[in-house]
Design a protein around this ligand. Structure first.
Ligand code: NAP
Length: 353
């Protein structure tokens, strides 16, 4: 199988570091360029990534690679994975798409645009057809494909099989989000230690909109958003990685705990069938212990570590149409770099690279 050249934008950040880690020995992709801001460009990766936060060392073959500017003239490749701040991403990603690159983006800049796919490969791979609409609308040789916010990611994966089987009527989610979700250098230690911050800028609206888009249906070459009611409260807690979410669900059809566990356990989706290398065999892992999931114990769950969402405390609500559960997903792997790599693998498998 011919390897595809990939460029990473935002290579020094929390998501960029995960991308470097996940792509450095990837069977289908070959890192040819790493890019970041002017503060980093011209430096070797080991000197630019001064705040390396992962337990494994910087991959040997990338330590001395030179970081370049986030400009297509320096960093274009057939596949570009972007982990840039959203305000920077808007213009930069457009330039790469215009230059003919397929851009897989972790930023929120394009997620809700009508002709931009917002994809979790297990949930809505069919939304990839928006790429054709986008190319027609924008006259780009390349394209932009996005994936959801790290908090929406785990929630959507768990809601998908429940929605398919019992039809969602209403969802309320309350989150306990890890500090790595805020990027580097992140939330100051003095503000988050011994504390909980009950506000994350724009997060609640992102969770609401993106959940409804990803669970929406393709109709007449556009996404018809799912129509259930959804509300969210997002909190930052002193955990390094792994977002925990407690969820209250009302369904249109009667729901029972054993059947919910069954549909969650059986959920698989297209990535395993397509043999995508980063696909976990079980995207959702159900735990029966009364005190699971927990971030330290469950964030690395899955045959592809960190790619599965763990669900527990599944219990009845106040009537036969309601349900409560708790989930955990790894925010920089499944919630960010891992889903971006899985999306890139999906694009490759669908001959879009
Ligand atoms: P981060 O740690 O702040 O990293 C930002 C990266 O962008 C760094 O490589 C930085 O390079 C580069 N950058 C900053 N300003 C730039 C500029 N003006 N021009 C070019 N490059 C610039 O952020 P992050 O947490 O990795 O997040 C990256 C993106 O993913 C964001 O859009 C975020 O919302 C999204 N996201 C994050 C997570 C998460 O869990 N952290 C999850 C899902 C989505 P320098 O080092 O040179 O400054």
């Amino acid at each position: 199988m011919k390897k595809i050249d990939v460029s990473i934008l935002g290579c020094t950040g929390t998501v960029g570091q995960r991308l470097v880690e996940m792509l450095s020995n990837h069977p289908w992709f070959n890192i040819v360029s790493i890019a970041a801001s002017e503060r980093s460009s011209g430096k070797t990766y080991k000197d630019a990534a001064v705040n390396w936060y992962l337990p494994e060392d910087i991959p040997e073959d990338l330590r001395d690679m030179t970081v370049v500017n986030t400009d297509p003239g320096e960093a274009a490749a057939p596949l570009v994975i972007s982990a840039l701040p959203s305000d920077i991403a808007k213009e930069t990603e457009r330039k790469f798409a215009e230059a003919g690159c397929v851009v897989e983006s972790k930023a929120s800049a394009y997620r809700l645009e009508k002709d931009v796919p917002l994809i979790i490969p297990e949930v809505n791979p069919d939304h990839i057809q928006l790429v054709d609409v986008q190319r027609e609308n924008r006259n780009w040789d390349g394209c932009i494909v996005t994936d959801p916010n790290c908090t929406a990611m785990g929630l959507i994966m768990v809601l998908k099989p429940i929605h398919d089987r019992f039809k969602l009527d209403m969802v309320y989610v309350s989150t306990m989000q890890a500090i790595s979700g805020a990027g580097l250098p992140g939330v100051p230690g003095l503000l988050i230690t011994d504390n909980i911050i009950p506000y994350i800028k724009d997060e609640e609206q992102k969770v609401i909109n993106e959940t409804r888009k990803v669970l929406g249906k393709m109709e007449n070459k556009q996404v018809k958003f799912a129509d259930f009611k959804i509300a969210a409260s997002c909190n930052r807690v002193p955990v390094v990685e792994g977002h925990t979410e407690t969820v209250f669900i009302k369904t249109k059809e009667p729901v029972n705990v054993e059947e919910v566990k069954k549909v969650l356990n059986e959920f698989q989706g297209e990535p395993v069938k397509l043999g995508l290398p980063t696909a976990p065999k079980k995207p959702i892992i159900v735990r029966d212990e009364i005190d699971r999931p927990q971030p330290r114990l469950d964030r690395m769950a899955g045959t592809a570590p960190g790619m599965s969402v763990t669900v527990g405390r599944i219990r009845p609500g106040f009537d036969e149409n309601s349900l409560l559960l708790t989930l955990i997903s790894h925010n920089t792997i499944r919630g960010a770099a891992g889903n971006a790599v899985l999306n890139a693998e999906l694009l490759y498998a669908k001959n879009l690279l």
